[in-house]
Design a protein. Structure first.
Length: 494
Protein backbone atom coordinates (compact mmCIF):
# COMPACT_ATOMS: atom_id res chain seq x y z
CA UNK A 1 0.00 0.00 0.00
CA UNK A 2 2.75 2.47 0.93
CA UNK A 3 5.38 0.90 -1.29
CA UNK A 4 6.00 3.23 -4.21
CA UNK A 5 8.89 4.99 -5.88
CA UNK A 6 10.84 6.70 -3.11
CA UNK A 7 13.28 9.57 -3.45
CA UNK A 8 16.94 8.96 -2.58
CA UNK A 9 18.33 10.93 0.38
CA UNK A 10 21.99 11.21 1.32
CA UNK A 11 21.28 11.77 5.00
CA UNK A 12 21.17 8.28 6.59
CA UNK A 13 18.67 9.32 9.30
CA UNK A 14 16.28 10.83 6.77
CA UNK A 15 16.70 7.79 4.52
CA UNK A 16 16.02 5.40 7.43
CA UNK A 17 12.82 7.26 8.42
CA UNK A 18 11.64 7.61 4.82
CA UNK A 19 12.07 3.88 4.18
CA UNK A 20 9.60 3.16 6.98
CA UNK A 21 7.37 6.23 6.64
CA UNK A 22 7.88 7.98 3.28
CA UNK A 23 7.00 11.50 4.44
CA UNK A 24 10.18 12.96 2.95
CA UNK A 25 9.44 11.35 -0.42
CA UNK A 26 5.96 12.85 -0.23
CA UNK A 27 7.38 16.31 0.52
CA UNK A 28 9.91 15.95 -2.29
CA UNK A 29 7.20 14.97 -4.73
CA UNK A 30 4.62 17.58 -3.71
CA UNK A 31 6.91 20.51 -2.84
CA UNK A 32 10.26 19.69 -4.44
CA UNK A 33 9.96 18.46 -8.00
CA UNK A 34 6.25 19.35 -8.29
CA UNK A 35 5.82 20.97 -11.74
CA UNK A 36 4.59 24.55 -11.41
CA UNK A 37 3.73 27.09 -14.15
CA UNK A 38 6.78 29.19 -14.86
CA UNK A 39 5.01 32.56 -14.99
CA UNK A 40 3.77 32.98 -11.41
CA UNK A 41 3.79 36.57 -10.17
CA UNK A 42 3.99 37.77 -6.56
CA UNK A 43 0.25 37.43 -6.08
CA UNK A 44 0.86 33.69 -5.82
CA UNK A 45 3.03 34.25 -2.71
CA UNK A 46 0.04 34.97 -0.52
CA UNK A 47 -1.09 31.36 -0.30
CA UNK A 48 2.19 30.45 1.43
CA UNK A 49 2.03 33.65 3.49
CA UNK A 50 -1.47 32.74 4.71
CA UNK A 51 -0.20 29.29 5.72
CA UNK A 52 2.64 30.82 7.76
CA UNK A 53 0.22 33.24 9.42
CA UNK A 54 -2.12 30.37 10.32
CA UNK A 55 0.72 28.49 12.02
CA UNK A 56 1.78 31.70 13.80
CA UNK A 57 -1.76 32.21 15.09
CA UNK A 58 -2.08 28.60 16.31
CA UNK A 59 1.26 28.62 18.15
CA UNK A 60 0.76 32.03 19.76
CA UNK A 61 -2.84 31.16 20.62
CA UNK A 62 -1.87 27.93 22.39
CA UNK A 63 0.66 29.79 24.58
CA UNK A 64 -1.84 32.57 25.36
CA UNK A 65 -4.47 29.96 26.33
CA UNK A 66 -2.07 28.69 29.00
CA UNK A 67 -2.42 32.03 30.84
CA UNK A 68 -6.01 32.99 29.96
CA UNK A 69 -8.95 32.43 32.31
CA UNK A 70 -12.26 31.85 30.46
CA UNK A 71 -14.53 33.25 33.16
CA UNK A 72 -16.62 36.41 33.03
CA UNK A 73 -15.20 37.63 36.34
CA UNK A 74 -11.54 37.04 35.51
CA UNK A 75 -11.12 37.12 31.70
CA UNK A 76 -10.33 40.83 31.42
CA UNK A 77 -7.94 40.67 34.40
CA UNK A 78 -6.19 37.61 32.97
CA UNK A 79 -5.53 39.48 29.73
CA UNK A 80 -4.11 42.39 31.72
CA UNK A 81 -1.93 39.92 33.62
CA UNK A 82 -0.65 38.51 30.33
CA UNK A 83 0.25 42.04 29.24
CA UNK A 84 1.94 43.06 32.51
CA UNK A 85 3.22 40.01 34.42
CA UNK A 86 3.78 37.10 32.03
CA UNK A 87 7.27 37.02 30.52
CA UNK A 88 6.97 38.33 26.95
CA UNK A 89 3.20 38.16 27.36
CA UNK A 90 2.71 41.58 25.80
CA UNK A 91 4.59 40.43 22.70
CA UNK A 92 2.61 37.19 22.43
CA UNK A 93 -0.67 39.05 22.67
CA UNK A 94 0.32 41.67 20.11
CA UNK A 95 1.60 38.94 17.76
CA UNK A 96 -1.74 37.15 18.06
CA UNK A 97 -3.91 40.28 17.94
CA UNK A 98 -2.20 41.84 14.91
CA UNK A 99 -1.63 38.43 13.35
CA UNK A 100 -5.37 38.10 12.83
CA UNK A 101 -5.38 41.30 10.76
CA UNK A 102 -2.38 40.27 8.69
CA UNK A 103 -3.84 36.80 8.21
CA UNK A 104 -6.97 38.40 6.74
CA UNK A 105 -4.86 40.76 4.59
CA UNK A 106 -3.09 37.75 3.07
CA UNK A 107 -6.36 35.87 2.57
CA UNK A 108 -8.14 38.84 0.99
CA UNK A 109 -5.30 39.29 -1.52
CA UNK A 110 -5.35 35.53 -2.12
CA UNK A 111 -9.11 35.64 -2.82
CA UNK A 112 -8.79 38.68 -5.11
CA UNK A 113 -6.02 36.94 -7.06
CA UNK A 114 -8.22 33.87 -7.48
CA UNK A 115 -11.10 35.99 -8.77
CA UNK A 116 -8.97 38.18 -11.05
CA UNK A 117 -7.21 35.26 -12.74
CA UNK A 118 -10.21 32.91 -12.79
CA UNK A 119 -8.73 30.28 -10.48
CA UNK A 120 -12.24 29.09 -9.59
CA UNK A 121 -12.99 27.76 -13.07
CA UNK A 122 -12.97 24.13 -14.16
CA UNK A 123 -11.25 21.93 -12.96
CA UNK A 124 -10.68 23.90 -9.73
CA UNK A 125 -14.27 24.39 -8.50
CA UNK A 126 -13.81 22.20 -5.41
CA UNK A 127 -10.49 23.89 -4.67
CA UNK A 128 -12.33 27.25 -4.66
CA UNK A 129 -15.20 25.96 -2.50
CA UNK A 130 -12.74 24.62 0.08
CA UNK A 131 -11.11 28.06 0.10
CA UNK A 132 -14.46 29.73 0.83
CA UNK A 133 -15.06 27.25 3.66
CA UNK A 134 -11.68 28.24 5.11
CA UNK A 135 -12.71 31.89 4.88
CA UNK A 136 -16.01 31.24 6.68
CA UNK A 137 -14.21 29.33 9.44
CA UNK A 138 -11.73 32.20 9.75
CA UNK A 139 -14.58 34.68 10.19
CA UNK A 140 -16.20 32.57 12.90
CA UNK A 141 -12.88 32.07 14.70
CA UNK A 142 -11.97 35.76 14.54
CA UNK A 143 -15.36 36.87 15.83
CA UNK A 144 -15.18 34.54 18.83
CA UNK A 145 -11.60 35.61 19.54
CA UNK A 146 -12.73 39.24 19.48
CA UNK A 147 -14.98 38.58 22.48
CA UNK A 148 -12.42 36.74 24.64
CA UNK A 149 -10.74 39.79 26.27
CA UNK A 150 -14.24 40.49 27.66
CA UNK A 151 -13.99 44.15 26.77
CA UNK A 152 -16.78 46.62 26.06
CA UNK A 153 -16.36 46.22 22.33
CA UNK A 154 -16.03 42.42 22.42
CA UNK A 155 -18.93 41.81 24.78
CA UNK A 156 -21.30 44.13 22.97
CA UNK A 157 -20.20 42.74 19.59
CA UNK A 158 -21.29 39.32 20.86
CA UNK A 159 -24.63 40.81 21.90
CA UNK A 160 -25.18 42.43 18.50
CA UNK A 161 -24.00 39.51 16.35
CA UNK A 162 -25.96 36.91 18.29
CA UNK A 163 -29.00 39.18 17.97
CA UNK A 164 -28.90 38.66 14.20
CA UNK A 165 -30.24 35.14 14.65
CA UNK A 166 -33.44 36.46 16.23
CA UNK A 167 -34.39 37.74 12.77
CA UNK A 168 -34.88 34.13 11.65
CA UNK A 169 -38.59 33.27 11.92
CA UNK A 170 -39.71 30.62 14.45
CA UNK A 171 -36.28 29.25 15.46
CA UNK A 172 -34.29 32.50 15.76
CA UNK A 173 -34.70 32.98 19.52
CA UNK A 174 -33.89 29.32 20.14
CA UNK A 175 -30.64 29.58 18.13
CA UNK A 176 -29.59 32.72 20.01
CA UNK A 177 -30.24 31.09 23.39
CA UNK A 178 -28.28 28.01 22.36
CA UNK A 179 -25.37 30.13 21.11
CA UNK A 180 -25.22 32.31 24.23
CA UNK A 181 -25.92 29.54 26.71
CA UNK A 182 -28.64 31.71 28.23
CA UNK A 183 -30.71 34.79 27.56
CA UNK A 184 -27.82 37.27 27.56
CA UNK A 185 -24.07 37.44 27.03
CA UNK A 186 -22.54 36.00 30.20
CA UNK A 187 -20.13 33.37 31.49
CA UNK A 188 -21.61 30.44 29.47
CA UNK A 189 -21.17 32.55 26.31
CA UNK A 190 -17.52 33.18 27.12
CA UNK A 191 -16.88 29.49 27.76
CA UNK A 192 -18.55 28.47 24.49
CA UNK A 193 -16.64 31.04 22.49
CA UNK A 194 -13.32 30.15 24.10
CA UNK A 195 -13.81 26.44 23.39
CA UNK A 196 -14.76 27.07 19.76
CA UNK A 197 -12.01 29.66 19.27
CA UNK A 198 -9.47 27.09 20.45
CA UNK A 199 -10.93 24.29 18.33
CA UNK A 200 -11.68 25.98 15.00
CA UNK A 201 -8.05 26.80 14.02
CA UNK A 202 -7.32 23.06 13.95
CA UNK A 203 -10.41 22.56 11.78
CA UNK A 204 -9.09 25.33 9.51
CA UNK A 205 -5.73 23.55 9.33
CA UNK A 206 -7.48 20.32 8.29
CA UNK A 207 -9.46 22.11 5.55
CA UNK A 208 -6.25 23.85 4.40
CA UNK A 209 -4.76 20.36 3.99
CA UNK A 210 -7.70 19.42 1.75
CA UNK A 211 -7.35 22.75 -0.08
CA UNK A 212 -3.68 22.06 -0.87
CA UNK A 213 -4.48 18.46 -1.80
CA UNK A 214 -7.13 19.64 -4.27
CA UNK A 215 -4.60 22.14 -5.67
CA UNK A 216 -2.02 19.43 -6.30
CA UNK A 217 -4.62 17.22 -7.98
CA UNK A 218 -5.91 19.86 -10.40
CA UNK A 219 -2.64 21.79 -10.73
CA UNK A 220 -2.03 25.49 -10.29
CA UNK A 221 -3.60 28.20 -12.40
CA UNK A 222 -1.35 30.98 -13.73
CA UNK A 223 -1.64 34.67 -14.70
CA UNK A 224 -2.40 33.76 -18.33
CA UNK A 225 -5.14 31.35 -17.31
CA UNK A 226 -4.09 28.76 -19.90
CA UNK A 227 -3.32 25.11 -19.27
CA UNK A 228 0.20 23.71 -19.17
CA UNK A 229 1.06 22.28 -22.59
CA UNK A 230 4.47 20.68 -21.98
CA UNK A 231 7.37 20.51 -19.53
CA UNK A 232 8.69 23.75 -21.06
CA UNK A 233 5.75 25.57 -19.44
CA UNK A 234 6.73 24.46 -15.93
CA UNK A 235 9.47 24.76 -13.31
CA UNK A 236 10.06 22.60 -10.23
CA UNK A 237 8.61 24.21 -7.14
CA UNK A 238 11.99 24.04 -5.40
CA UNK A 239 14.21 26.02 -5.56
CA UNK A 240 12.50 28.51 -7.88
CA UNK A 241 9.29 29.25 -6.02
CA UNK A 242 10.54 28.42 -2.54
CA UNK A 243 13.03 31.27 -3.02
CA UNK A 244 10.42 33.61 -4.48
CA UNK A 245 7.94 32.78 -1.70
CA UNK A 246 10.64 33.29 0.92
CA UNK A 247 11.38 36.78 -0.39
CA UNK A 248 7.68 37.74 -0.44
CA UNK A 249 7.20 36.23 3.00
CA UNK A 250 10.17 38.22 4.32
CA UNK A 251 8.71 41.52 3.08
CA UNK A 252 5.28 40.66 4.51
CA UNK A 253 6.70 39.60 7.88
CA UNK A 254 8.76 42.80 8.01
CA UNK A 255 5.57 44.86 7.77
CA UNK A 256 3.93 42.56 10.33
CA UNK A 257 6.80 43.03 12.79
CA UNK A 258 6.82 46.82 12.30
CA UNK A 259 3.12 47.02 13.16
CA UNK A 260 3.44 44.56 16.06
CA UNK A 261 6.30 46.41 17.75
CA UNK A 262 5.74 50.05 16.78
CA UNK A 263 1.97 50.36 16.13
CA UNK A 264 0.49 47.42 18.07
CA UNK A 265 -2.92 49.01 18.65
CA UNK A 266 -3.43 50.50 15.20
CA UNK A 267 -6.27 48.06 14.45
CA UNK A 268 -7.77 48.15 17.97
CA UNK A 269 -10.75 50.23 19.12
CA UNK A 270 -10.36 52.21 22.40
CA UNK A 271 -13.37 50.41 23.93
CA UNK A 272 -11.44 47.17 23.53
CA UNK A 273 -9.39 48.23 26.58
CA UNK A 274 -12.40 48.80 28.86
CA UNK A 275 -13.91 45.87 30.76
CA UNK A 276 -17.31 44.67 29.55
CA UNK A 277 -20.24 46.29 31.32
CA UNK A 278 -23.67 44.99 30.22
CA UNK A 279 -25.31 48.10 31.72
CA UNK A 280 -23.38 50.62 29.56
CA UNK A 281 -23.73 50.50 25.77
CA UNK A 282 -20.79 51.94 23.76
CA UNK A 283 -21.78 54.91 21.58
CA UNK A 284 -20.58 53.14 18.43
CA UNK A 285 -20.32 49.34 18.23
CA UNK A 286 -17.99 48.46 15.37
CA UNK A 287 -16.48 45.08 14.39
CA UNK A 288 -12.90 44.47 13.32
CA UNK A 289 -11.88 46.03 9.98
CA UNK A 290 -12.07 42.75 8.06
CA UNK A 291 -15.80 42.49 8.83
CA UNK A 292 -16.64 46.11 8.03
CA UNK A 293 -17.79 45.65 4.38
CA UNK A 294 -20.31 43.01 5.45
CA UNK A 295 -21.36 45.16 8.40
CA UNK A 296 -22.05 48.00 5.93
CA UNK A 297 -24.19 45.63 3.84
CA UNK A 298 -26.14 44.68 6.98
CA UNK A 299 -26.76 48.33 7.89
CA UNK A 300 -27.52 49.29 4.29
CA UNK A 301 -30.72 47.24 4.22
CA UNK A 302 -32.93 49.77 6.00
CA UNK A 303 -35.99 48.64 4.06
CA UNK A 304 -37.97 45.43 3.86
CA UNK A 305 -39.42 43.59 0.88
CA UNK A 306 -42.88 45.05 0.29
CA UNK A 307 -45.07 44.41 -2.81
CA UNK A 308 -43.38 47.16 -4.83
CA UNK A 309 -39.82 45.96 -4.20
CA UNK A 310 -41.06 42.41 -4.69
CA UNK A 311 -42.40 43.31 -8.15
CA UNK A 312 -39.12 45.01 -9.05
CA UNK A 313 -37.25 41.83 -8.12
CA UNK A 314 -39.63 39.75 -10.23
CA UNK A 315 -39.01 42.08 -13.19
CA UNK A 316 -35.23 41.66 -12.73
CA UNK A 317 -35.62 37.88 -12.66
CA UNK A 318 -37.44 38.05 -16.01
CA UNK A 319 -34.72 40.32 -17.45
CA UNK A 320 -31.97 37.90 -16.36
CA UNK A 321 -33.87 34.75 -17.40
CA UNK A 322 -32.34 34.62 -20.93
CA UNK A 323 -28.86 35.02 -19.43
CA UNK A 324 -29.29 32.22 -16.92
CA UNK A 325 -31.39 30.09 -19.25
CA UNK A 326 -28.93 30.19 -22.13
CA UNK A 327 -29.56 30.33 -25.88
CA UNK A 328 -31.36 26.98 -26.08
CA UNK A 329 -35.09 27.23 -26.55
CA UNK A 330 -36.97 26.05 -23.50
CA UNK A 331 -40.57 25.21 -22.82
CA UNK A 332 -42.85 25.82 -19.88
CA UNK A 333 -42.40 28.65 -17.40
CA UNK A 334 -38.66 28.90 -18.05
CA UNK A 335 -39.24 29.29 -21.78
CA UNK A 336 -41.91 31.93 -21.18
CA UNK A 337 -39.63 33.95 -18.88
CA UNK A 338 -36.74 33.73 -21.34
CA UNK A 339 -38.95 34.89 -24.21
CA UNK A 340 -40.29 37.82 -22.19
CA UNK A 341 -36.78 38.75 -21.09
CA UNK A 342 -35.50 38.81 -24.68
CA UNK A 343 -38.42 40.83 -26.04
CA UNK A 344 -38.96 43.34 -23.22
CA UNK A 345 -35.59 43.65 -21.45
CA UNK A 346 -35.37 47.47 -21.55
CA UNK A 347 -39.01 48.19 -20.54
CA UNK A 348 -38.71 45.65 -17.71
CA UNK A 349 -35.55 47.34 -16.45
CA UNK A 350 -37.38 50.67 -16.36
CA UNK A 351 -40.34 49.07 -14.58
CA UNK A 352 -37.99 47.42 -12.06
CA UNK A 353 -36.31 50.75 -11.32
CA UNK A 354 -39.62 52.59 -10.87
CA UNK A 355 -41.14 49.94 -8.58
CA UNK A 356 -37.96 49.70 -6.50
CA UNK A 357 -37.92 53.49 -6.05
CA UNK A 358 -41.59 53.46 -5.01
CA UNK A 359 -41.04 50.60 -2.57
CA UNK A 360 -37.94 52.24 -1.11
CA UNK A 361 -39.44 55.72 -0.70
CA UNK A 362 -42.58 54.28 0.88
CA UNK A 363 -40.36 52.95 3.72
CA UNK A 364 -38.11 56.01 4.20
CA UNK A 365 -39.38 58.17 7.01
CA UNK A 366 -39.45 61.96 6.99
CA UNK A 367 -37.69 63.93 9.70
CA UNK A 368 -41.10 64.68 11.20
CA UNK A 369 -42.18 61.04 11.06
CA UNK A 370 -44.18 59.11 8.50
CA UNK A 371 -43.13 57.80 5.10
CA UNK A 372 -42.08 60.00 2.19
CA UNK A 373 -44.67 58.30 0.00
CA UNK A 374 -47.98 56.90 1.14
CA UNK A 375 -48.86 54.06 -1.24
CA UNK A 376 -51.47 51.31 -1.09
CA UNK A 377 -50.12 48.02 0.38
CA UNK A 378 -46.74 49.61 1.18
CA UNK A 379 -47.14 48.56 4.82
CA UNK A 380 -47.44 44.92 3.75
CA UNK A 381 -43.84 43.68 4.28
CA UNK A 382 -42.97 40.09 3.37
CA UNK A 383 -39.41 40.29 4.74
CA UNK A 384 -38.67 43.00 7.31
CA UNK A 385 -35.55 45.17 7.21
CA UNK A 386 -33.74 43.26 9.97
CA UNK A 387 -34.15 39.88 8.30
CA UNK A 388 -33.34 41.38 4.88
CA UNK A 389 -30.10 42.84 6.27
CA UNK A 390 -29.07 39.55 7.88
CA UNK A 391 -29.84 37.60 4.69
CA UNK A 392 -27.89 40.13 2.62
CA UNK A 393 -24.88 39.99 4.95
CA UNK A 394 -24.65 36.20 5.02
CA UNK A 395 -25.62 35.97 1.34
CA UNK A 396 -22.77 38.30 0.36
CA UNK A 397 -20.30 35.70 1.66
CA UNK A 398 -22.17 32.59 0.47
CA UNK A 399 -22.28 34.05 -3.06
CA UNK A 400 -18.54 33.36 -3.33
CA UNK A 401 -19.29 29.63 -3.39
CA UNK A 402 -21.28 29.98 -6.63
CA UNK A 403 -18.79 32.02 -8.69
CA UNK A 404 -17.71 28.98 -10.77
CA UNK A 405 -21.28 28.68 -12.02
CA UNK A 406 -22.03 32.40 -12.26
CA UNK A 407 -18.97 33.07 -14.43
CA UNK A 408 -18.95 30.44 -17.18
CA UNK A 409 -16.81 32.35 -19.71
CA UNK A 410 -14.30 29.96 -21.35
CA UNK A 411 -11.37 32.37 -20.76
CA UNK A 412 -10.04 32.42 -17.21
CA UNK A 413 -7.69 35.36 -16.80
CA UNK A 414 -8.82 38.99 -16.61
CA UNK A 415 -5.77 39.86 -18.77
CA UNK A 416 -7.76 38.78 -21.82
CA UNK A 417 -11.20 39.96 -20.64
CA UNK A 418 -11.20 43.79 -20.52
CA UNK A 419 -14.79 44.22 -19.27
CA UNK A 420 -14.40 41.56 -16.60
CA UNK A 421 -11.11 43.13 -15.53
CA UNK A 422 -12.64 46.54 -14.91
CA UNK A 423 -15.76 45.11 -13.27
CA UNK A 424 -13.57 43.14 -10.84
CA UNK A 425 -11.34 46.14 -10.08
CA UNK A 426 -14.45 48.23 -9.37
CA UNK A 427 -15.63 45.43 -7.05
CA UNK A 428 -12.33 45.67 -5.13
CA UNK A 429 -12.78 49.46 -4.79
CA UNK A 430 -16.41 48.93 -3.80
CA UNK A 431 -15.29 46.52 -1.06
CA UNK A 432 -12.94 49.16 0.36
CA UNK A 433 -15.67 51.83 0.20
CA UNK A 434 -18.08 49.52 2.02
CA UNK A 435 -15.41 49.00 4.67
CA UNK A 436 -15.14 52.76 5.18
CA UNK A 437 -18.92 53.10 5.40
CA UNK A 438 -19.07 50.29 7.98
CA UNK A 439 -16.40 51.99 10.07
CA UNK A 440 -18.32 55.25 10.42
CA UNK A 441 -21.45 55.93 12.45
CA UNK A 442 -24.79 55.05 10.85
CA UNK A 443 -25.84 58.71 10.58
CA UNK A 444 -22.48 60.01 9.28
CA UNK A 445 -22.22 61.97 6.03
CA UNK A 446 -19.43 62.36 3.48
CA UNK A 447 -18.16 65.98 3.57
CA UNK A 448 -21.14 66.63 5.84
CA UNK A 449 -23.49 66.48 2.82
CA UNK A 450 -23.87 62.97 1.34
CA UNK A 451 -25.20 60.41 3.86
CA UNK A 452 -22.87 57.44 4.07
CA UNK A 453 -25.96 55.25 4.27
CA UNK A 454 -26.73 56.07 0.61
CA UNK A 455 -23.14 55.29 -0.40
CA UNK A 456 -23.36 52.00 1.47
CA UNK A 457 -26.62 51.14 -0.27
CA UNK A 458 -25.13 51.90 -3.69
CA UNK A 459 -22.07 49.82 -2.80
CA UNK A 460 -24.28 46.96 -1.67
CA UNK A 461 -26.23 47.19 -4.93
CA UNK A 462 -23.05 46.94 -7.01
CA UNK A 463 -21.71 44.05 -4.91
CA UNK A 464 -24.77 41.90 -5.59
CA UNK A 465 -25.13 43.13 -9.17
CA UNK A 466 -21.52 42.03 -9.88
CA UNK A 467 -22.21 38.45 -8.89
CA UNK A 468 -25.83 38.02 -9.94
CA UNK A 469 -25.97 40.16 -13.09
CA UNK A 470 -22.59 41.32 -14.41
CA UNK A 471 -20.76 37.98 -14.26
CA UNK A 472 -23.56 35.99 -15.97
CA UNK A 473 -23.98 38.69 -18.63
CA UNK A 474 -20.25 38.86 -19.36
CA UNK A 475 -20.13 35.06 -19.56
CA UNK A 476 -22.54 35.21 -22.50
CA UNK A 477 -21.50 38.41 -24.24
CA UNK A 478 -17.88 39.40 -23.58
CA UNK A 479 -15.41 38.88 -26.42
CA UNK A 480 -11.97 37.94 -25.14
CA UNK A 481 -8.60 39.01 -26.54
CA UNK A 482 -6.48 36.38 -28.37
CA UNK A 483 -4.79 33.89 -26.03
CA UNK A 484 -1.11 32.87 -26.35
CA UNK A 485 -0.40 29.35 -27.55
CA UNK A 486 1.61 28.36 -24.49
CA UNK A 487 3.02 29.76 -21.26
CA UNK A 488 6.55 29.32 -22.57
CA UNK A 489 5.79 31.36 -25.69
CA UNK A 490 4.23 34.17 -23.66
CA UNK A 491 7.16 34.25 -21.24
CA UNK A 492 9.69 34.42 -24.10
CA UNK A 493 7.75 37.26 -25.75
CA UNK A 494 7.61 39.17 -22.47
Amino acid sequence: MGSGQRAEFKNPVVSWIDERLPVFSLMQKEYGVFPTPRNFNYFWNFGAIAMVMLITMIVSGIVLAMHYTPHADYAFSSVERIMRDVNWGWMLRYIHMNGASFFFIAVYIHIFRGMYYGSYKKPRELLWILGVIIYLLMMATAFMGYTLPWSQMGGWAATVISGFFTAIPVVGDMIQTLLLGGFSVDNPTLNRFFSLHYLLPFVIFAVVFLHVWALHVSGSNNPLGIDVKSSQDTLPFHPYYTMKDTFGLGVFLLLYVIVTFFFPNIFAHPDHFVEYNPMVTPPHIVPEWYFLPFYAILRGLTFGINPYIGLSLVAMVVVMAPIYGGPDKKTGLCGLLCALGRQFALPLLVVAGIFFALGYLSQVEKASGGALLSLPLSDLVFINAKLAGVLAMFGSVILLVFIPWLDTHPVRSARFRPLFKWATLVLAIDFVVLGYVGMEAADAALFGVIPLLWIGQLGTGYYFAYFLMILPWLSRNEKALPLPVSINEAVLKA
